[in-house]
Write a new protein. Structure first.
Length: 121
């Protein structure tokens, strides 16, 4: 198994898909990295030699991914919470942040449904 940025890349998958196991790399960024490194997207991750892996590592270094990206995202959320922006207050309350409805859904963020006493049906 190859390791890129501390993440094990599965050997049996195409390298285009295997790179998406790294947090912050999706399909389009994976294709961009492989295009810049001159590597065939249909090649399996286990078939790559050390030279190709080195070129991929060099290309991946150019982007903010894994721990740095997670840290940046949490800092952005904390900043919004500190300045009491609308999104920050929604994060504090555990409610949907991006304008979704809450009266019919959003259980994943609001928690288990609460029954109201003496409510007539």
């Amino acid at each position: 198994m190859a390791r890129i940025k501390g993440v094990d890349i599965p050997n049996n998958k195409r390298i285009e898909i295997a790179l998406t196991y790294i947090y912050g790399i999706g399909r389009s960024l994976s294709n961009q990295i492989l295009r810049d490194a001159n590597i065939d997207v249909n090649k399996r991750a286990g078939q790559l030699d050390n030279d190709e892996l080195g070129r991929i590592r060099d290309e991946v270094e150019k982007y903010t991914i894994e721990g740095d990206l997670r840290r940046e995202i949490t800092m952005n959320i904390k900043t919004k919470m500190e300045i009491n922006s609308y999104e920050g207050t929604r994060h504090k309350k555990g409610l949907p942040v991006r304008g979704q409805r809450t009266n019919r859904n959003a259980r994943t963020r609001k928690g288990k449904g609460k029954t109201i006493a003496n409510k007539k049906k």
